[in-house]
Design a protein around this ligand. Structure first.
Ligand SMILES: NC(=O)c1ccc[n+]([C@@H]2O[C@H](COP(=O)([O-])OP(=O)(O)OC[C@H]3O[C@@H](n4cnc5c(N)ncnc54)[C@H](OP(=O)(O)O)[C@@H]3O)[C@@H](O)[C@H]2O)c1
Length: 259
């Protein structure tokens, strides 16, 4: 397959790119400031806000054929819901013209709360405090933008509460639209294993348009501790609250916003 990855320089997109290449797929690595580290990856500078550029990039007039599948893994800091919804519509439109499948890597906020299925994680203060609500709500709006479409082939992958760089185990547990918890009691997965699930979905689409995945136990790996919590007693969090890793613009540094 030729897989177009929007956000290929990001935490998720870079791992989807690597996983896709490891399985022998061709990759169009799309972002505004593309990196060019792998000779087998074609970097393309494109602003996902620009419908014409997006159409051109997916049609891949170079040596590759048009994209067979598209992964959308973009975000802005601070969150911009209009950008996210607009970008999603633009990519869904362009992909539908080509008959390409789209996998949107969205937010955990769009999932149902495990203990209260009628309540979205985004609306549940047990997971999302007021200061993170706009981030979670943007993910919900992005899912709605997908669901509004009557045409096109898309799936929306909600990560668990915590998604951070880590180990590739090649294993994960898959669910539908309710937040999952790993056997260690936390809702988390490494970005590497999320990428495994993403490429699995492109290669063999599941039956659920909205699905989630979680770490499948076995080995010990813990996400980096939040330094703000040093010295504080660890609060009881049966499922783990939403944690959002953020990249500090133009520095490449990454931190965790956790409530
Ligand atoms: N627990 C959770 O729910 C959770 C946790 C983490 C991430 N996520 C989700 O996972 C997805 C990916 O997040 P991430 O952490 O990988 O993001 P990230 O590391 O911040 O990377 C964002 C990517 O988007 C690209 N981008 C931003 N604006 C763009 C534009 N106008 N046109 C083209 N590309 C643009 C950036 O590249 P350029 O700057 O070069 O354009 C970069 O490659 C997002 O939907 C995020 O919300 C969810």
């Amino acid at each position: 397959m030729t897989i177009a990855v929007f956000g290929a320089t990001g935490m998720v997109g870079s791992r989807v790119t690597k996983e896709s290449r490891a399985r022998g797929h061709r990759v169009l690595a799309l972002s505004r400031k593309p990196a060019n580290e792998d000779p087998d990856v074609t970097p393309v500078a494109v602003d996902v806000n620009d419908p014409r550029s997006v159409r051109q990039a997916l049609a891949a007039p170079g040596s590759y054929g048009a994209a067979d599948a598209v992964v959308l893994a973009v975000r802005t800091l601070p969150v911009d819901q209009d950008f996210l919804v607009g970008a999603t519509r633009t990519v869904l439109d362009a992909a539908a013209r080509l008959g390409a499948r789209v996998l949107v890597v969205g937010g955990a906020g769009a999932l149902r709360s495990p203990e209260e299925p009628g309540l979205l994680v985004a609306d549940n203060p047990a997971y999302v405090p007021a200061e993170l609500k706009s981030i979670a709500a943007a993910g919900v709006a992005q899912l709605r933008a997908c669901q509004d479409r009557t045409d096109g082939d898309w799936a929306y992958l909600s990560p668990p509460a915590l998604l951070e760089p880590g180990a590739r185990t090649g294993r994960y547990r898959r669910g539908t639209d309710t937040m999952l918890t790993s056997t260690d009691g936390r809702s988390w997965i490494s970005a590497e294993d999320l990428a495994v699930a993403a490429v699995d979905e492109l290669e063999a689409p599941g039956s659920d348009r909205h699905f989630t995945v979680v770490h499948q136990g076995g080995e010990q790996w813990a996400p980096p501790a939040d330094p703000r919590r040093r010295g504080e007693p660890e609060p009881v969090r049966p499922f783990g609250r939403l944690a959002l890793s953020v990249r500090v613009p133009d520095t490449g540094l990454r931190g965790i916003v956790e409530a």
